[in-house]
Design a protein around this ligand. Structure first.
Ligand SMILES: Cc1ncc(COP(=O)(O)O)c(C=O)c1O
Length: 368
């Protein structure tokens, strides 16, 4: 066992949190109705705006990303939402809409495929929708939708709220919220932000707040109007996860010190290296060509390996790895298709970390 006697975490979220970040979270506690807390939130806000490339409010929630997925639905869907579904997490957003009692349609493509702009255009031109949900990076399949192309179509429909899940992409890939015209863009702490789980961050546009203001049934915990009132005072309506916000402030400083463009380039380099490794090993990539994620790689196990054994043996080498997204592999198996496994390369991963991980995979795979 290496690295402070723990298995280094390489599942596609939560991912490994470096020691300096864990230490930043371990600062002495402060009350959340104090000047110190206000100073902390005030320090976080402009840095988050830089990462999201927006002038919109970027709020921090003590919840995982699913909380803000529900907030987007409750606050911003009145008539009907179009849920673009290309895997488990985009399907989950549809399920959230249905469970919140909001009219919802699925625009669904098979796992491994991306959502294409013409499909979206076809649906939106019916005029049936006042919101669209798109998952930028489908963590179950490793498909990264092309947000620029999709945004160009969504922007043709000014009455449609553009809601984007960047849970496993934000800060690993450049998402220019204002340029793309995204009304609510959400992410979670435990992915490319390389923090422990427990926080969600979301940007909300002025027109989204205006719509929310008139929306009945916004609920309580995720009422965007209440959240905004507090946000403007550098506060939160409820007790926030102060420790994680210390960690967030630390991570944002690290990101900006590295330089956002350098950070995105590093993620691209790791994705390229991992894809080359996949080919060298004789595996295949699961996503359709041109839509491979830069924060993680979803691999088709063309060798039909015992993935559970692979996971166990990687564990013996000090790595906690993925053996594929459970439900998707079950479905692929039932259809007689080859299964998948995923390698994340996001957050604070270094070249050395990735080289060690891939070398360990190689050794383990040879023995299977
Ligand atoms: C793309 C995507 N969306 C949404 C979620 C749900 O986020 P959370 O687990 O932070 O609620 C996940 C979690 O893995 C995800 O990968």
């Amino acid at each position: 066992m290496t690295n402070e006697e723990h298995k280094i975490l390489y599942v596609p979220g939560p991912i490994e949190v470096k020691r300096d970040t864990r230490e930043a979270c371990a600062k002495p506690m402060i009350g959340h109705r104090t000047k110190d807390f206000k100073a902390l939130y005030a320090a976080i806000k402009p840095k988050l705006k830089k990462v999201f490339y927006t002038e919109n409010a970027v709020m921090v929630s003590t919840s995982s990303g699913s909380g803000y997925m529900e907030a987007a639905i409750r606050n911003l869907v009145g008539k009907k939402v179009l849920n673009c579904v290309n895997g488990a997490f985009s399907k989950k957003w549809y399920d959230i809409a249905v469970s919140c009692g909001r009219p919802a349609d699925k625009l669904e493509v098979p796992s491994g495929k991306a959502i294409k702009p013409e499909m979206v255009d076809e649906k939106l031109k019916t005029g049936a929708y006042d919101a669209i949900c798109i998952t930028h990076n489908e963590t179950s399949t490793g498909v990264m939708n092309n947000l620029e192309e999709l945004a160009a179509v969504v922007r043709k429909y000014p009455d449609v709220m553009f809601l984007v899940d960047c849970v496993s992409s934000m800060s690993g890939a450049k998402v220019e919220v204002d340029k793309l015209g995204i009304d609510m863009c959400l992410t979670s702490s435990q992915k490319a932000f390389a923090l422990p789980p427990g926080l969600a961050m979301a940007s909300v546009s002025a027109r989204a707040f205006a719509k929310a203001d008139k929306m009945p049934g916004r609920g309580y915990y995720f009422d965007l109007i209440e959240l905004k009132k507090s946000y403007e005072k550098d506060e939160t309506p409820y007790t926030p996860a102060v420790s994680l916000m210390y960690g967030l402030n630390h991570q944002l400083d690290k990101m900006l010190a590295e330089g956002l463009d350098a950070r995105f380039e590093r993620h691209k380099r790791f994705a390229k290296k991992t894809r080359e490794w996949v080919k060298k090993m004789g595996f295949e990539l699961f996503p359709e060509p041109g839509y491979e994620s830069v924060t993680m790689t979803c691999i088709v196990d063309t060798k039909g390996m015992d993935l559970k054994k692979m996971q166990e043996n990687m564990g013996k080498k000090g790595f906690s790895v993925d053996k594929g997204y459970g439900k998707m592999n079950e479905k692929l198996g039932a259809e007689g298709k080859k299964l998948t496994f995923r390698i994340p390369h996001m957050g604070d991963t270094t070249d050395q970390d990735l080289d060690e991980l891939l070398a360990a995979f190689e050794e383990v795979i040879k023995t299977l």
